[in-house]
Design a protein around this ligand. Structure first.
Ligand SMILES: [Zn+2]
Length: 239
């Protein structure tokens, strides 16, 4: 049997406790559980980043960087959608029905793995480069952007990004903070701090502030606000 990824065993730095072998569709997976002691150290943050989460661009930082949802992920998602359509036309319980069902399962597994790999890369980069990582609250997105987000909010990607950022920050003795649910990061102008209450159409990628006339990129503006809000709430870290 071919084994892939075994070189990564070098990344295991602690004491191995056990290994579990699992089989999913036609592939085998080995998960290794190991124990590693992390010494807690209180670092004073020197770099801070605010993070806004989205759909087309998964992660948008207060530095203006955008990490987009990779094309191969969309490809898998579309393939699953098509297969599901196809499945609905097949006679339940027939040979073809099960064939398509297996295909869906396989594609879903591929999607899950590809997604995981992509998110690991993004979160690793962000945590390596920053000492204080501030994210929005997904609950907020649900409340404010109900219409646009509802079908995506179930998308496991966003909560997985937050989960990884949190534990990776902990591993590296960095600081992770999630802002309050009701903070209106998308309505405040990061240029003059004015709250643009009338701003309702959140599909617009750019908007002009009523107060200072600054043209704001919707996502970068939100990320900058998230950064400031987190900074204000964590001022004690800098003492
Ligand atoms: Zn403004």
């Amino acid at each position: 049997m071919k084994i892939r990824g075994y070189r990564k065993t070098k990344e295991i730095k602690g004491r191995i406790i056990n290994a579990t072998i699992s089989k999913e569709t036609n592939k085998y997976y080995v998960s290794v559980l190991y124990e590693q002691e992390i010494k807690e150290k209180n670092i004073i943050p020197k770099t801070i980043v605010g993070i806004d989460l989205g759909v087309k661009d998964l992660v948008i930082t207060s530095f203006g960087e955008k990490y987009e949802n990779k094309k191969y992920i969309t490809k898998y998602e579309n393939k699953i959608k098509n297969l599901q359509k196809w499945l609905s036309k097949k006679e339940k319980g027939s040979k073809n029905y099960y064939k398509v069902k297996t295909k869906i399962k396989e594609t879903y597994k591929k999607l899950k793995n590809a997604r995981k790999y992509m998110i690991h890369k993004i979160t690793k980069e962000i945590v390596n480069e920053n000492d204080l990582i501030i994210t929005e609250n997904l609950q907020t997105k649900k409340l404010i952007e109900k219409k646009e987000m509802s079908k995506y909010i179930s998308d496991a990607s966003l909560s997985e990004i937050i989960r990884q950022l949190e534990y990776k920050s902990k591993w590296q003795n960095k600081h992770f903070y999630q802002i309050d649910t009701y903070y209106p990061s998308s309505q405040i102008c990061s240029h003059c701090n004015n709250k643009n209450k009338e701003l309702k159409d959140l599909n617009k990628r750019k908007w002009t502030c009523r107060n200072c006339q600054n043209e704001n990129d919707r996502d970068i503006n939100a990320a900058i606000n998230i950064m400031w809000e987190g900074l204000i709430n964590n001022i004690k870290l800098f003492a």
